[in-house]
Design a protein around this ligand. Structure first.
Ligand code: FDA
Length: 366
């Protein structure tokens, strides 16, 4: 008999498993996919670590979380500095002095600010009523049209004028020549890929793959005193209140017989006419000398049951539905719900680790 059955070998489940084992508990992890690591999973393709469920860059301001992940695996100092390709022209991201130089030829922060402020005037005095107006009110029309509009419309599958203004709360503009996307103190990618990080977390712990907990929940639950469930909360309750909505993604991988396709890990395609949102070239995350390279085109997609749920649609309707499911989950005595799917929440990796550590601390301290 195990003390805990953990459903899902993603980051939340694996941190919980590791912490419980460290505290003398007997743990079984089951996973419905054929591999561990959840959406962090990287697959080794002749030395190139392919991020199978989308590009993952670890970043945090919290030293204890950084030390925690580094205790399992060495991290490199990958700096995320994506580019945008708009109609064949390249622009640096996030919006910074390099971008403003490329857009307008301006060379000083005050010239750039003048240009932005001049363009923002278009909406002066008007309360933005949709995403388009909100973006223009924050950064002006050029940045909106070239770098935001097409990308956002592809991501959401709707026109920017039909999207609510609140989706964009702020759009940071950086008045330095600095292309580092994240402003966090610590940033990197595990040397050898994310799967190694998670497999080191799970060392010495029983893990069974290709098992869907929900298809045999009664017999599986009898194998442990308590369950930690990291799958979709609505599925756990057989969708009795209805489906929680997600946006999905479709990844198309290509192996190319050249060593360096685009010279950068991430290039966004910001025009509406190109159907994908970005191209990832995996070898740049964790550099390696090879005469081939693997790229992935990322296409946003509508989600339906059976598709991979990537981004929760945290609008009013779905959040109201989620709180009904959460109420049910709070009545459970022997099941703990955690992670991005059970909490219907977008979590970055450092946040999901913090949440799992907190969950186990609560559990062990009562
Ligand atoms: P996760 O989904 O990884 O794990 C849950 C596991 O449970 C899955 O393996 C699933 O198969 C399993 N499961 C579900 N139901 C089951 C059942 N019935 N029986 C058995 N197993 C079951 N973060 C960041 O910090 N930097 C980044 O760059 C990115 N990039 C990024 C790109 C994209 C496209 C997305 C969608 C997300 C990111 N993230 C990110 C976020 C990151 O992916 C996220 O923080 C973690 O995957 C969350 O880990 P969880 O364990 O919560 O979920």
């Amino acid at each position: 008999m195990y003390d805990y059955l953990i459903v899902g070998a993603g980051l939340f489940g694996s941190v919980c498993a590791h912490e419980l084992k460290k505290n003398g508990k007997k743990v079984l992890v089951i996973e419905k996919r054929a591999h561990i690591a959840g959406n962090l999973y990287t697959e080794d393709n002749n030395g190139i670590h392919v991020h199978k469920y989308g590009a993952h860059i670890f970043h945090t301001n919290e030293k204890d979380i950084w030390d925690y992940v580094n205790s399992f695996v060495e991290f490199n100092r990958f700096t995320n500095s994506p580019l945008a390709n708009y109609k064949g022209k390249l622009f640096n991201l996030p919006f910074n002095m390099n971008t403003f130089y490329q857009l307008w030829g301006v060379k000083t922060p005050s010239e750039a600010l003048n240009e932005i402020n001049e363009q923002r005037k278009e909406l002066e005095g008007k309360e933005p009523s949709n995403l388009e107006e909100q973006a223009i009110s924050l950064v002006g029309r050029d940045i909106y049209e070239i770098l935001i509009k097409g990308y956002t419309e592809k991501q959401w599958g709707r026109k920017a004028t039909d999207l609510p203004a609140f989706i964009i709360k702020r759009l940071p503009v950086r008045m330095t020549f600095d292309n580092n996307y994240f402003s966090d103190k610590y940033q990197g990618v595990p040397v050898g890929g994310y799967t190694k990080l998670v497999s080191n977390m799970l060392e010495g712990i029983d893990v069974e793959l290709n098992i869907d907990y929900l298809s045999k929940r009664e017999s599986l639950s009898q194998r442990a005193v308590k369950v930690i469930y990291t799958g979709p909360i609505d599925e756990y309750y057989d969708y009795i209140y209805g489906l929680l909505e997600y946006r999905s993604l479709c990844f198309k991988n290509e192996c190319l017989k050249e060593s360096n396709y685009q010279g950068n890990a991430v290039i966004n395609y910001t025009e509406a006419e190109v159907p994908f949102t970005r191209i990832i070239e995996h070898k740049h995350f964790d550099p390696i000398e090879t005469d081939h390279t693997i790229i992935t085109r990322e296409y946003p997609a509508e989600w339906k049951v059976g598709d991979e749920p990537y981004y929760p649609v945290n609008d009013e309707k779905n959040m109201a539905l989620f709180s009904k499911y959460r109420e049910l989950s709070q009545q459970e005595n022997n099941v703990i719900f955690g992670g991005r799917l059970a909490e219907y929440k977008y979590y970055d990796m450092h946040q999901v680790i913090r949440s799992a550590l907190y969950c186990i601390k609560q559990e062990l301290n009562g």
